[in-house]
Design a protein around this ligand. Structure first.
Ligand code: NDP
Length: 313
């Protein structure tokens, strides 16, 4: 068993910025990088809105550099997934399999993941025509026809982005009203390559498998008003139905909202548990940007440092 003052769970911009600040405060933080080291930015290509990079920066490169910067001041990374916690007593206890760590402060930066429809055929063709990230995979659909599921800003943004490559983009939404902001709706509706299929749900992703190579060929749709079943020819399907915070590990322990996002106190990263802080997308369903995540990671490290000062007094 090993003891640390600060353990950070998660390694996106929030976790790695918390690591940088905690390391510079001489707290030698240990970062559990988890299943997707570097977080969601590692599945994007170019990041154009992180300040300081006038020409843009590749997501994986930005995250590697953030990690190196934190390590330069003494942060340590373990590429492991914490699978059990006990915050009931001091010190806090965390496990990876049988191996146990204890610590005085935990910073939760486990982020959020794209939500999926939950269809068997969606899982089967994931990465072979089904995607949850237009920025990552749009390029593969040059002059092809694709569909985007969802009625929020993410779906509109993905659809508009996909028109750079695809010859036609159909937005499929299960209601007759979109949730997206007016400006995003207007942009999507005025784009000549975008069509809408409202009151429709994807029942199945259709495809073929030749010589072990899977390929999407279409969708089976159901009209939510009439129940009518139809087929639609597409080469790709993008899922844009929102995100799910990665908080399963903390259920029943840390206070969350009805969507599972961790609740932090106003103007701070404090959770309902003393000594446990949360930053980044795991506590933010609104802004969800790399720069806001990084900012709240900085806040979490400063909050942790102040907490440790009173804890040690
Ligand atoms: P939202 O929760 O806003 O939208 C999710 C959409 O997917 C809704 O239309 C929802 O339907 C639909 N949906 C959910 N589950 C299913 C399902 N199982 N099957 C079919 N459809 C489903 O998430 P977003 O990711 O779009 O946006 C999250 C936040 O991020 C928002 O605050 C948004 O404004 C912001 N954002 C802003 C952007 C920008 O300004 N450029 C870009 C992207 C996001 P229903 O409408 O019935 O709930």
């Amino acid at each position: 068993m090993e003891h640390r003052k600060v353990i950070i769970i998660g390694s996106g911009p929030a976790g790695l910025t918390a690591a940088l600040y905690a390391a510079r405060a001489d707290l030698q933080p240990l970062v559990f990088e988890g299943e997707q080291p570097g977080g969601q930015l590692t599945i994007t290509t170019e990041v154009e809105n992180f300040p300081g990079f006038p020409e843009g920066v590749m997501g994986p490169k930005l995250m590697d550099d953030m990690r190196k910067q934190a390590q330069r001041f003494g942060a340590e990374s373990l590429f492991e997934y914490v699978d059990k916690i006990d915050f009931g007593d001091r010190p806090f206890r965390l496990w990876v399999g049988e191996k146990e760590w204890t610590c005085d402060v935990v910073i939760i930066a486990t982020g959020a993941s794209a939500r999926l429809l939950g269809l068997e055929s969606e899982a089967k063709y994931m990465g072979f025509g089904v995607s949850a990230c237009a920025t990552c995979d749009g390029f593969f659909f040059k002059d092809l026809e694709v569909a985007v599921v969802g009625g929020g800003d993410t779906a509109m943004e993905e659809a508009i982005f996909l028109t750079k490559f695809a010859s036609k983009v159909t937005i499929i939404h299960h209601r007759d009203e979109l949730r997206a902001s007016h400006i995003m709706q207007r942009r999507a509706k005025s784009n000549p390559k975008i069509e809408f299929r409202l009151n429709s749900v994807v029942e199945e992703v259709l495809g073929t498998e030749e010589n072990g190579r899977k390929k999407v060929t279409g969708l089976r749709l159901k009209d939510t008003k009439t129940g009518e079943i139809s087929e639609m020819k597409v080469d790709g399907l993008f899922i844009g139905i929102g995100h799910k915070p990665n908080t399963d590990l903390f259920k029943g322990v840390i206070e969350m909202d009805e969507k599972g996002y961790i609740i932090t106190k106003a103007k701070s990263t404090e959770t309902n548990l003393d000594g446990v802080f949360a930053c980044g997308d795991v506590q933010d369903s609104k802004y969800r940007q790399a720069i806001t995540a990084a900012g709240s990671g900085c806040m979490a490290a400063i909050d942790a440092e102040h907490y440790l000062q009173t804890f040690e007094d």
